[in-house]
Design a protein around this ligand. Structure first.
Ligand code: AMP
Length: 279
C-alpha cells in the first residue's frame, strides 16, 4: 500500500499507471469503521486500483469545536486499509490542499444545499463541494463511492458532477449498521456509555416511521416521531423530515410515482448524529 501526503507525488503515481487502469476512489475523514470499509471493498471489486483519502476537511465544519474534537486515528486507519489491500492512501495536510487560504468555493446545487443539513450547518455543503471537487481533480477516479448514510451529500455530489461535467461515476452505497441498528459513524466513538445505549432508538424510530408511512400522511408521522423523542430525554431531536429523494424537499402528500426518504438529526449530549431510511 502506498501512502502519499503530497499532491505532486500522488499525481505522479496516478500518471504512471498503465493506460486503461480503472481507479475507484473513496474520500473519507478517517477514524475508519466498517461503514467506510464496505465502500472500499465495493470499490475494490469494481476497479483495478482503489484510492482512499483521509482528510478532515476544515471548510465543512461550521463549529470550530466540532473540528477540533473530530476523532483522529491515523495509525489504526492505515493498518485497517492495509488489511483490506487498499492500493493508495492520500493523507494531505490542510496546507497542502488549501495553501494559506482555507476557504470554500460557493456552489449552486439547485436548492439541494438549503434543505435539512443545509439549514443547520452553515456553509457545510460549500465545504464538501470544494474538497470533493479538488480531490476529484487530483485523483482523477473513474468511479467514486459515497455512503447513503450522508444521503444529502450523495445527491449534492451527483449534482456537482453533472453541473461541472466531471468525468466520474458517483456510486451510492448502503448504510452499514451496528448489530443493534445504530448507523456506523466516526462520531459514535465519542458517545458516553449511556448515550451509546440509547442511540439505537434513532433507527428504531425510523423503522416505525417507515411502517406508518404505509397508512399515514407525512405530518402525522412527523408528529409521531417528535412525540417519541419527547420520551427519550438523552436524545435531542434536531430535525425529522420526510422528503423527496431527488429534490430533498419535505413533503405533505405522497405521489405514488416519487421515491421518499425519512431523514433525522439528533444530539446525544454534544454529539450530533444523522441517519435516514428509504420509505
Ligand atoms: P466520513 O469519513 O464520515 O466523511 O465518511 C466517508 C464516506 O463514508 C462518506 O461517503 C460516508 O457517507 C460514508 N459512510 C460513513 N458512515 C457510513 C456507514 N455507516 N455506512 C455506509 N457509508 C458510510
Amino acid at each position: 500500500m502506498l501512502v502519499f501526503a503530497k499532491i505532486k507525488s500522488i499525481q505522479q503515481k496516478i500518471k504512471s499507471l498503465k493506460k486503461g487502469t480503472s481507479i475507484g476512489f473513496v474520500p473519507t475523514m478517517g477514524a475508519l469503521h466498517k461503514g467506510h470499509l464496505s465502500l472500499i471493498k465495493q470499490a475494490k471489486k469494481e476497479n483495478d486500483i482503489v484510492v482512499v483519502s483521509i482528510f478532515v476537511n476544515p471548510t465543512q465544519f461550521d463549529k470550530k469545536e466540532d473540528l477540533i474534537n473530530y476523532p483522529k486515528t491515523i495509525d489504526t486507519d492505515l493498518s485497517l486499509l492495509k488489511s483490506i489491500y487498499c492500493d493508495i492512501v492520500f493523507t494531505p495536510t490542510a496546507e497542502e490542499i488549501y495553501s494559506n487560504n482555507i476557504q470554500s468555493q460557493s456552489f449552486n446545487f439547485d436548492g439541494l444545499e438549503f434543505q435539512m443539513e443545509g439549514k443547520f450547518r452553515d456553509g457545510h455543503f460549500d465545504g464538501v463541494g470544494t474538497i470533493v471537487k479538488r480531490l476529484f481533480e487530483i485523483v482523477t477516479p473513474h468511479k467514486s463511492y459515497f455512503g447513503e448514510k450522508d444521503f444529502q451529500q450523495l445527491q449534492i455530489i451527483k449534482k456537482m458532477v453533472e453541473k461541472y461535467q466531471i468525468p466520474v461515476k458517483v456510486i451510492g452505497c448502503d448504510i452499514f449498521r451496528e448489530k443493534d441498528g445504530l448507523a456506523m459513524s466516526s462520531r459514535n466513538s465519542r458517545l458516553t456509555k449511556k448515550h451509546r445505549e440509547v442511540a439505537p432508538f434513532i433507527y428504531k424510530t425510523l423503522k416505525k416511521a417507515k411502517i406508518e408511512f404505509g397508512t399515514k400522511n407525512a405530518s402525522e408521522i412527523v408528529e409521531m416521531v417528535e412525540n417519541e423523542f419527547k420520551k427519550q430525554p438523552l436524545l435531542e431531536l434536531e430535525y425529522f423530515e420526510i422528503a423527496d429523494e431527488e429534490t430533498l424537499q419535505s413533503i405533505k402528500n405522497k405521489d405514488q410515482k416519487r421515491k421518499y426518504r425519512a431523514f433525522i438529526a439528533i444530539f446525544a449530549n454534544k454529539i450530533r448524529l444523522i441517519d435516514n431510511i428509504s420509505l
